[in-house]
Design a protein around this ligand. Structure first.
Ligand code: NCD
Ligand code: ZN
Length: 353
């Protein structure tokens, strides 16, 4: 069953979900939840708060704060995750499954990215937790980069696949795994070589941009994210994967807002805020590939199918009506600069039909 309806100027698809999202906490939720809930029915909410969400109780409280921030008239379901640490207990996995609110566990290698200091130092320390996840049918979501400082930042994903992911999937062939925000042809090839319990999310910024956008002609901190943008041959592999119709690749924005001063700094932090135009920009990408007919599967079907959740019933309209992205948005006591700030976006979100 599909809701897709398409002309050159407009498209209607089943409402999409975002399978990888950072909402942050506190006053920031007013901004972030609204932007996502305007577009997506559900989102998997990352647990890398300070301190991270490592228990069912903390996830339940965080979820309640997110629900409080949903603007009137919108409906939105946050799907919660637990942050894997060296000392997470297998019983917490069972409690997570029984809660009905937590649908996955997130693995950050210690020190890999924003707020990942409590992450896993050595995957073998988590084997008993992983075994319980298999028993409970709970997927493991991976930030797939090694943290060894001797490994070149552009090679960290490939190295993770070779050194951690490949051995892990061989040891636990039944484990459901999502390799998050993939950035390389190596990741695409790896996922394509696996059965359908191994999937990957692809961000819109890794589809739209490559490392020239970050570095050529000047350093642009708002393009700095992790995993870092790669060369254009990798970008091309991601474009092919997203538009291939393979059920193993689906939408995850990794929208990751930071305060403007923390990005525009002599040590700027990683993260691109794409939530205010996420589905519109994916439409732009798929149109440029002449593959708008593949957008609905990628954005609205393959994610829920992987997680064993129902597909959404309602639909959204996107029309080819150019609009200008705001320069910034209020973000807690500061502001956040969105993707394409002050620039034109060619697709616009319409009303539900
Ligand atoms: C994310 C963040 O800021 O929380 N940053 C990013 O560049 N993607 C963390 C992450 O998902 O790696
Ligand atoms: Zn992320």
């Amino acid at each position: 069953m599909t809701n897709a309806l398409m002309t050159d100027q407009s498209i209607r698809i089943t409402q999409p979900d975002d399978w990888h999202l950072h909402l942050r906490d506190g006053a920031a939720l007013t901004t972030t939840v609204a932007h996502t809930a305007e577009r997506f029915a559900r989102a998997i909410v990352m647990p890398n708060l300070k301190p991270p969400i490592t228990s069912v109780a903390a996830a339940r409280d965080y979820r309640a704060r997110i629900l409080d921030a949903i603007p009137q008239g919108l409906s939105f379901e946050p799907l919660m995750t637990l942050y894997l640490t060296d000392d997470l207990s297998p019983d917490e996995i069972t409690a997570a499954r029984e809660s009905g609110l937590i649908i996955a566990v997130k693995y950050y290698p210690a020190g890999a990215t924003t707020n990942s200091d409590s992450g896993v130092t050595e995957i073998s320390k988590s084997y008993s937790v992983i075994e319980r996840m298999i028993d409970e049918g709970m997927p493991l979501l991976l930030h797939g980069e090694v943290t060894n400082p001797e490994i070149d930042i552009f090679d960290r994903e490939q190295c993770f696949i070779d050194e951690v992911l490949d051995p892990l999937t061989q040891r636990y062939p039944e484990l459901k795994v999502v390799l998050e925000h993939i950035t390389t042809k190596n990741a695409v090839d790896f996922v394509n070589s696996q059965k359908d319990n191994i999937a990957a999310t692809i961000t819109v910024h890794h589809l739209l941009y490559n490392r020239n956008d970050l570095l050529a002609g000047g350093v642009r901190p708002h393009f700095y994210c992790l995993p870092i943008l790669k060369r254009n041959t990798h970008q091309q592999a991601l474009l092919n994967a997203a538009s291939s119709g393979s059920r193993q690749f689906f939408l995850g924005t990794d929208s990751a807002p930071h305060e403007q001063d923390r990005k525009e700094s002599d040590c700027g932090c990683a993260g691109i805020y794409s939530a205010p135009a996420a589905i519109e920009l994916y439409a732009e990408v798929f149109e440029s590939l002449n593959a708008l007919d593949k957008l609905e599967g990628f954005a609205s079907f393959f994610g829920p199918d992987f997680y064993g959740l129902p597909r959404n019933k309602n639909s959204i309209n996107l029309t080819k009506t150019p609009w200008t992205m705001d320069q910034d948005f209020q973000f807690d006591n500061s502001c956040v600069i969105p993707i394409r700030a002050g620039e034109t976006i060619s697709w616009q979100l319409g009303k539900d039909s």
